[in-house]
Every structure is written in C-alpha cells, then in structure tokens.
Design a binder for this molecule. Structure first.
Ligand code: ARG
Length: 572
C-alpha cells in the first residue's frame, strides 16, 4: 500500500474515533483524493485540508484539525500537526524507509505483482501485420504497446491471449499470385522474400494500366483462394510463410511473442453464421446493392458487411473474430491496439456487436495510439518513404555498439549489450509518451545516455549492479534501514513506494508510458541519492542501509523495464 493510501486510511479511522456519531464522513479512498503535498516541506510530507469536513462535522476547520492532531495515535507511521485548518503529516521517515525497502526485498523479483486478475482473461490484438509487406516503423507502436500491456496484465495475475490478427486476406493476394504465375520464379521469390513479392505487386499494377484484363485474372485467383483451390492455397500459404519468417527476425530482436496468429483468412469460414445472425436479427439493410448495418442513429456511417458482388470486408472479418474470441477464450476484455486512424472502424464494430445483443461488446476496447515520424519526416507507405523496422533496429544496435566501444572499451560481450541498449533505446522512445501523442524518432534523442532515455535508465541499473558487486566484497553488517531518513533517500523511497500503484494505473489506462515515466523518475532519484551520499563510506550500518536501498532501486528499475519490454544489462 502506498503512503498516501495509508495516511488517508488512518485519517478516516481517526475521524470515526473522534466523531462516532457523525454521518456522511468520507471514506479512506475519498480522503486520498484530498491529500496534498504542501508547497514547503517544512509543513509536512502530506497535508489534509479540514475545510472539506466542516459541513459534515459542523465545526470550523481549525477546530477539526486541532482535535484530530491531539488524539492522533499513529506516530509510528506519521506525526500529525494542526496548522490553520490543515492537518500536516510528517512521515516517520525511519519506519517508512524500513517498511518500503523490506517490502521490495521480500517480494523477490515480483514487487508490485498481484493476484487481482486471477480467473480473468484478456485478449490483446496487437502488431497484426500485413502479409507480403515489410514490417515498417508504423507497426512498432502496436507491437510494443501490446507486448507491454500483455506483460503488465500477466504481472497482475490475468490470463492473457496475445493475438497477431494477420492482414492475410484481400484481392491483392489474387493479384500477387497472378503476377507470380506470369513473371515470377520460385528461386527469385525464395531469395527476395517480401521484397520480391512487393516488386511483383508493383509490376502487376504497372502492367494492368495497359492490360486491364489482368485485373480479372487477379480477381479470379483470389476467388480460387476463397474457394480453397489447392494450387492457389499452396502459393498463398507460401507467401505467408515467407512474410512470417521475415517478421520473426524482428519479433526475436524485440523479444515479442504471440499465443495466436489467427489472422483475417482464419475467419473465411466463420463469417457466414455471423452474417446469417445479422440478417435474422433484422440488422442488415441493402444500400446501393451492398449489405450494411445502418448506424445513422449513432451518427456514424453504415458498417459495410457485404459488397455488391458478395465479397466480405475487413469489418465482416472483425465481427467474426470478436465472436470467435468470446466463444473461445471467454474474455473479460478484448483490447485492440491499433492506430487512431481506425477509430471509426472500431466504434462501428463495437456498436454492431452491441446491436446484436452481445453484452460483452462493452468489454471491447480500442487502444489507440499516434503516428511515428522519423527525424521530423512523416512516413507514408504510398510515397515509398518508409523506414523498415529491422533496418532501424539493426542501425540502433550498431550505433549503441559504437557508443559502448567509446565509453567502456573493456566491457565483455559488447555485442550482447549493444543489442540490449540499441533495442531498448528504440522501445523506450516508443513507450515514453502518452500513447495517443505522435512521436518523432531521432537518433540523437534516443541514444543520449544522459537524457530521459532507455540507455540512461539501463545505465542507472548497471550502476546499481556494479555498486552491489563492490558491496558484496565489503563485508558489511546488518543494515539499519531507519537511517535512510535524509531527503534524497526519502524522495527515492516515495517513488518506490508508489510503484505498485503505477502498475495498476498503467493497466487501467492501457498506458505503458506511465511505467516508463516511473522508472525514469526512480533512476533520476537514485542518481541524485548516489551523488549526494557516499554509499559505501561512513557508519557500517548506514552504509549497509544505503546498499539495501540500492538493491531495492535496482529491482524496481529492472521490473519496470521488463514490464515495458526493455532488457536490463548488469554491466554497461
Ligand atoms: N492489419 C491491420 C493494419 O495493419 C491492423 C489489424 C488490427 N486488428 C484488427 N482486429 N482489426 O492496419
């Protein structure tokens, strides 16, 4: 429990004791919201404004504050002083330090973990790349936000299902097969992989300008895929394999995994019953030959279910996918980590599910995020200025390698550490702002060891590890943790004490950046503490306490980095 909650709870107890007959007193949770940090630390660590209670207690704030302060029985937690209608709390610093460090060390590697998710399932749809396209930087956010959320929910005891809803359906695959049959060779495609497929697709469009009959051939090939023609399926599955083999390299670098790769094509035979259900429930209407669900009451354009020629759409497959996920996993929540551009699509989707009478429609959430630009340049696939994710990651590792070479030439396994630092720098940049904000990626910023960056936090972790290695040789006595009552230790302890709450807030708001922020604050507070105090010097009991605090900080930083998908090297 963090200190704020604790003080609020004790204040609620004190109210009940001092005014046993009063009605409508605020609960501890409500009180927590009123507690503030006074502008001047001389006025206490937390302050409670008693005018909030004047009405319920029919007393002046000054009298209320005095009465509580006089009968405050919790000095071991905090001292209470009345001043001008405020109740000022001064934490018992020594006890707070002891309790907080002990809590972290007792938790092993699971400080802040929980069981509140036991028995609940969360589906997460993330990354969801498109077949026959290179994995580009536009798919970084969905991949990393989804991966981080999965770890966060796992940590809180939920069962999670990570789903890569592959974009593997559509007429473009018919065109690609057509182009392959006309101009491609097996060797070329095997060697060129996704790039060779893209080239075939581009050529198809060029040739189709002068030879419109190609379009019909493309459509015919797609029809064959839909109908399960063996040759068409074999080529299609081969294209898919090639793309996934390519993507697997990127996923390996990022440390990202999935429980399911059921993409759009998986729902080919699962849409029919959903369409029938829509029809039965009277939700399908015809519009210019197409079948749609009218959403004009909700101020939205209609949701397109079947085209004039009977073809299904992205939304049709998403409807089938949602129903399938609920029937298969019985999810308590289904998160779609997808760019904000698809906002309308998801609002339509969830509304249609609601109209179908599914109460779980309210448990579907679009976790939207902003765009990524690169060194100030917007990225667009159509204009061709994309940044391929694997190129970006490889470059990050190379640049990290060069920096490490310069800073720590004697380090062992530099390659491994360069990988952790380079990839960490990219992930940190992606997860350091509110997800809905657009991000501009810049090498300068991402790899700066002194700014608010991945390498900075990793470096602080390595610094803690190095100090602990030294301390292990110093033969220190048992720590007296109550000696950690100086301002720097306390500032660090307050952040560590709140860390479990941050994890929960991040889960509630689907916002991994809150954890990135928290570990950065902890790293900064640790460094301040490190520079102000000679950790291993002085009284042995106090030195041992500073070492214990270092160990606590190390563990929290490592956990926090892990929760956002960043590794924590022990030497840098
Ligand atoms: N493949 C899509 C894209 O790259 C994202 C799919 C998101 N998931 C979903 N269930 N619609 O834009």
């Amino acid at each position: 429990m963090d200190m704020l909650t604790r003080i609020a709870g004790l204040t609620a107890d004190a109210l009940a004791q001092n005014w046993p007959d009063a009605q409508g007193l605020p609960t501890g949770d409500e009180l927590r919201g009123f507690l503030a940090v006074p502008p001047d630390p001389a006025m206490g660590d937390y302050a409670f404004p008693c005018f909030r209670l004047a009405k319920a207690l029919r007393m002046s704030p000054v009298q209320i504050a005095q009465k509580i302060a006089e009968n405050w029985p919790h000095a071991e937690v905090a001292r209470a002083e009345a001043l001008n209608g405020y109740l000022n709390f001064f934490l018992n610093r020594g006890n707070f330090a002891r309790e907080t460090v002990e809590a972290v060390l007792a938790a092993g590697d699971r400080y802040g973990a929980g069981e509140e998710g036991r028995g609940k399932t969360i589906c997460l749809d993330y990354s969801s790349i498109n077949i026959a396209k290179r994995f580009h930087i536009g798919h970084l956010s969905t991949t990393m936000i989804g991966h981080s959320l999965k770890r966060i929910y796992d940590y809180l005891g939920y069962k999670t299902v990570g789903i890569n809803h592959l974009g593997d359906w559509g007429t473009q695959f018919g065109k690609m097969i057509c182009a392959y049959k006309l101009w491609g060779t097996k060797e070329e495609v095997e060697q060129g992989g996704v790039d060779a497929l893209t080239a075939l697709y581009v050529r198809f469009h060029q040739e189709a300008e002068t030879d419109p009959a190609l379009e019909d051939q493309g459509r015919a090939w797609f029809k064959k895929i839909e109908d399960g023609d063996p040759e068409a399926l074999e080529i299609f599955n081969w294209f898919k394999e090639l793309t996934l083999k390519d993507a697997a390299k990127t996923y390996d670098l990022l440390g990202v995994t999935f429980d399911s790769y059921a993409g759009e094509s998986f729902y080919n035979d699962k849409m029919e019953p959903v369409i029938a259900e829509l029809r039965e429930k009277g939700l399908l209407t015809q519009s210019e030959g197409a079948w749609v669900v009218d959403l004009s009451e909700d101020d939205m354009p209609p949701c397109l279910i079947l085209k004039k020629d009977g073809a299904t759409l992205y939304a049709t497959r998403d409807l089938a996918a949602a129903v399938y996920r609920q029937n298969t996993y019985h999810f308590d929540k289904c998160l779609y980590v997808v760019a904000y551009q698809q906002d309308l699509h998801f609002r339509q989707l969830f509304r249609v599910l609601e109209k179908m009478g599914y109460p779980w429609a309210k448990d579907c959430v679009h976790v939207a995020f902003g765009m990524v630009s690169f060194e100030g340049q917007a990225l667009s696939t159509r204009k061709g200025n994309t940044v391929h994710l694997d190129d970006l990651l490889r470059e990050a590792v190379e640049k990290a390698r060069a920096i490490i070479e310069e800073k720590s030439p004697n380090l062992e396994n530099k390659d491994e550490i360069a990988r952790q630092v380079g990839i960490g720098a990219v992930i940190y940049t992606d997860l350091s702002n509110n997800r809905i904000k657009d991000i501009d990626f810049s090498w300068e910023r991402a790899l700066n060891f002194d700014g608010e960056t991945g390498p900075y936090v990793q470096y602080t972790h390595a610094r803690c590890c190095s100090l602990l290695r030294k301390a292990a040789e110093a033969n220190l006595p048992e720590a007296d943790l109550t000696t950690l009552d100086d301002d720097e230790s306390q500032a660090l302890l307050r952040l560590i004490g709140r860390f479990p709450d941050v994890i929960r807030e991040a889960a509630d708001k689907y916002e991994p950046s809150m954890i990135t922020r928290a570990v950065t604050d902890i790293a900064q507070a640790y460094n301040k503490f490190y520079y102000e105090h000679r950790i291993l010097d002085g009284e042995p009991e106090a030195a041992a306490a500073r070492v214990a605090l270092t160990d606590a900080a190390r563990r929290v930083i490592k956990t926090g980095l892990w929760l956002v998908g960043i590794e924590a090297p022990e030497r840098m």
